[in-house]
Design a protein. Sequence first.
Lengths: 515, 99
Amino acid sequence: MAKKGKLKNEDSKVNKLEIKKLKTGISGFDVISNGGLPINRTTLVSGTSGSGKTIFAVQFLAEGIEKTGESGIFITFEETPEDIRKNMLSFNWDIQKWEKEGKWAFVDASSKPEEESIEAGNYDLGAFLARIEHAIQKVGAKRVSMDSLGAIFTQFTDSAQVRKELYRITMAFKNLNVTALITAERIEEYGEIARFGVEEFVSDNVVILRNVLENEQRRRTMEILKFRGTTHHKGEYPFTILTREGIIAIPLSGIELKQKSSNIRISSGVSELDKMCGGGFFRDSIILVSGATGTGKTLMVAQFIAGSSKNDERCLLFAFEESREQLFRNAGGWGVDFERMEREGKLKVVCMYPEVYGMEDHLVAMKDIIEEFKPNRIALDSLSALERVSTIKSFREFVIGLTALIKHKEITGLFTSTTPTLLGGPSITESHISTITDAIILLRYIELFGEMRRGITMLKMRGSKHDKDIREYTIDHSGMHITKPFRNVTGILSGNPMNVPDQELERLGVMFDEE
Amino acid sequence: MNQYVLKLYITGHTAKSDRAIANLKNLCEKELKDQYELNIIDVLENPQLAEDEKILATPTLIRELPPPFRRIIGDLSNTDKVLLGLDLFPKNNLTQKGD
């Protein structure tokens, strides 16, 4: 018994030493940071101009007020409080209201350009510190944001003195039991941490916001460079800034780890295809359908959706290539009634132009729709359309983010991808994401004796036996019909189909004796 | 008649504060005898006054009147700069030039 008690004491000692974190409430950031910002410490948030520092700083306080009821003070060096109040209204953050309610206080350290001060002797920033302490006590602040440090160095000539004084202020934060966030400018996306040697006095915790121009497109990422004495996720994570919501980070690895997998099978909507994959798709799997234009990718999507309604499932279709009218008309041509399904609430069709958003915004928008509609199946037609408008990196991140989300919610996902050539050949899309998908179905044109025919094959299916044949299929008013394998043809996948005489086929059959 | 209205912001009675007060009083007596009004404000006692006036550094001397409004920061040990900020020219300098 005594022993047990002692052990317990030691445990609590360890817990006390561990650095606790303050949940920021910034979507995704708390996952990347393993729980938020180190409590009662100061974190430096550094970024180039336009990287979202001020929004991050304001949101840190706003989420505290709205989600955890913690007050905050905002120290501004650059923008005036009036500007900040006005600018942040678009995010639904009513700072003026919070000020009246005693939850938010400004410390205005922005300089007036017309009021230049003359330096005549030694000085310190004692008045500034007194004002900060006063503001913290006035609203009972738990959170402090300071934005943005560079501007104070231009107000005084003696930067060494300013650095010393800022260090004194960060020490004061610790004694005042507040968690502080300080923003600073940097010049290059990949260079020194911040201007003016700021990291010399706030070096324990550093977060970097980036806004990189890549192939004429802006890509925002955040990276936790270090958290002294505690853990965080490493590397750059994409984020987006949305009106009404603020910063939303997309913690890719954070969600990937929690994936489950099931053995429950669901119908693809084509009974022959179900047989080919050993009884249907797995429920939480991602299936990629690849084919040239006109091979029947959208048809597979329609059948996949029709298959869902038989089991009373709900299906969500993201269409990036065709309009609603086109889709509904085509599905009708294959005997699938999208209109009725939508009326019955079993289907939701979302048509978007790929160009209207960046990839991160697409992902966030799709996530919202998925969470609202709660589908059992999701079809996306097509990934290639999205790939056209993004960089390789953000495309890959988009696919990882989407698949992680889909799998986490035990949804089946069917993505289509268009191959650039008519006969054979992989698409660029596939080479980037084939490892992420669980099953790949190839739809190919096969030219035989002056005739275009179509072939389907299961290239891979994780965790299941599947048919390895390349089978012929036809399309008519009742959808897709898969028939017998192409026996006398070789070289279909390479795009050079050749007829093989029966004799040769027998000889090959003997050469590779199947199990 | 008080032509000059000056405010000196300090944080507590530190060596720096005392030095600034002494320097300022000395200078005022010399250059502005009976022409000035001086208020000394301790920021630690009245932080809201510092907030209203947006004082960052201490000591800070504010010249409220006559216009233009001026801020002079530091312990005022650099007399030339203080005089410049107050738009004053040292009397002995003037007499020297006069000679």
